[in-house]
Design a protein around this ligand. Structure first.
Ligand code: GUN
Ligand code: ZN
Length: 435
């Protein structure tokens, strides 16, 4: 265990606070230092200054590397790790033909453990140090992920998927069992170490009104617990929701009716929302989660970032593996950039970085712990090597700015550009085992 003071020398980039103007408010130290002690950051700044202030610290030289905060993936599915990149279907067929059969395998605890291990390694190796992950309907699937993440002292957020209809019998719970098991998991895991719980109704079509109502009761009883679900992803799904909940004004209104639109509620996709829904998300301080690789892969639609920004809705980036096609958050930004291009609004690399670090951390009320490199935050950080292979060397050797480096890595980089991933001050990157 690294318990002594360590000073890491590198270029350093982060957002120290919430901002509307990412291009102006990024903190960058070309020759920087990050000082870490007992799992937390104690100082960040220029090397020349901090090397004097912390003269007795052990030094680790990451010159020519770039340190950024550990990345936050705000929506993905750990059981879908093994079924990433399954060909040719749109959402509802994809769920039926690939997803549900795969999630059935989590009836075995040994299987949960195996996939949890593989999943956590994928996150770490790609520089993701906090993830909002769906588990399966099996309570033990959440337990396996919390247990695995705890080995790395990683801040993981997960929850038992709740669904009591419109899916195979073997994957159905009931309103009562969903409420009871979710509450048991909250009591055992939420705030236990760095683990956090998210109430996880899969999406409106697979939960009865009674189930949503009973989960809404928990949402009110535990206001600091997260809520994660899907919203307005696919046109067939949206039509289905209209038929299932005819009394509700909109898809979002279904969740709202059951007290699930509030701070710490994360809505995956938000592709085909009505104006009032954007307004409501903003007012509730909920988060719209933009999953570009998934939206392209399932042919679901193009996220309207301009609209989200016009309404003042907080947006987080996410992979949505296994409909998403990469665990890598920088590559995920790369696809978000392309979606922006199609809409005449290319995103900057700094906007992308913000939506996977300080932006969501702030909106989730976690910015005293993650999402930045401020003193007091956990020492969750990533060391990027902009010159990890011949092409990236050629491309970034004479780069004019850190933004250009980050942008290039978002397209020509992958997990090889992640030289090290630190969680709570410990280096956790390791070669993937075939397990
Ligand atoms: N909607 C309901 N379940 C899912 C899922 O597993 N993945 C995606 N992309 N959308 C969903
Ligand atoms: Zn999803």
């Amino acid at each position: 265990m690294t318990q002594s003071r360590v000073l890491y020398r590198a270029s350093i980039l982060h957002f120290s606070q919430a901002t509307q103007n990412v291009n102006e408010d990024a903190c960058y130290f070309d020759d920087g230092a990050l000082v870490v002690e007992n799992s937390r950051i104690v100082a960040v700044g220029g090397y020349a200054e901090l090397v004097i202030d912390y003269a007795t610290a052990k030094q680790v030289d990451y010159s020519k590397r770039l340190i950024i905060p550990g990345l936050i993936d705000s929506h993905l599915h750990y059981p879908q790790t093994e079924m990433i990149a399954k060909y040719g279907e749109q959402l509802l067929n994809w769920l039926e033909n690939f997803t549900f059969p795969t999630e059935n395998k989590f009836a075995s605890y040994a299987y949960c453990q195996k996939i949890a291990k593989h999943f956590v390694q994928q996150l770490i190796n790609n520089g993701t140090t906090t993830a909002f992950a769906f588990s399966t309907v099996h309570k033990q699937a959440s337990e396996a992920l919390f247990t695995e993440a705890s080995k790395f002292n990683m801040a993981i957020v997960t929850g038992k998927v709740c669904m009591d209809r419109h899916c195979p019998d073997s994957l159905q719970d009931t309103p009562e069992s969903a409420q009871r098991e979710s509450q048991e998991l909250i009591e055992s895991w939420h705030g236990n170490g760095r683990n956090l719980y998210a109430l996880t109704p899969r999406f409106a079509p697979t939960s009865s009104a009674k189930q949503l109502s009973m989960l809404g009761e928990l949402a009110q009883q535990y206001p600091d617990v997260f809520i994660q679900t899907h919203l307005s992803e696919n046109h067939h799904e949206i039509e289905w929701v209209k038929k299932l909940f005819p009394a509700q004004k909109s898809y979002l209104d279904v969740y709202d009716n059951f007290n699930m639109v509030r701070p710490r509620a994360l809505f995956g996709h938000c592709l085909h929302l009505q104006q009032e829904d954007w307004q409501r998300l903003a007012e509730a301080k909920a988060t719209a989660v933009f999953c570009p690789t998934s939206n392209l892969f399932l042919g679901s639609g193009l996220f309207d970032l301009q609209k989200a920004q016009d309404f003042g809705v907080s947006v987080a980036l996410a992979t949505d593996v296994g409909a998403g096609t990469s665990f890598n958050m920088l590559n995920t930004f790369g696809e978000a950039y392309k979606i922006g291009q199609l809409q005449g609004k290319p995103l900057s690399a700094l906007e992308g970085l913000y939506m996977m670090t300080q932006g969501p951390a702030h909106n989730y009320g976690l910015s005293d712990q993650i999402g930045n490199l401020n003193p007091g935050s956990y020492a969750d950080f990533v060391v990027l090597n902009p010159q990890f292979n011949a092409l990236s060397q050629l491309r970034t050797a004479d780069s004019e700015s850190v933004e250009d480096v980050l942008f290039a890595l978002s397209f020509i980089g992958d997990d090889r550009a992640v030289e090290a991933s630190y969680i709570a001050g410990e280096e956790c990157k390791q070669e993937l085992e075939i397990i």
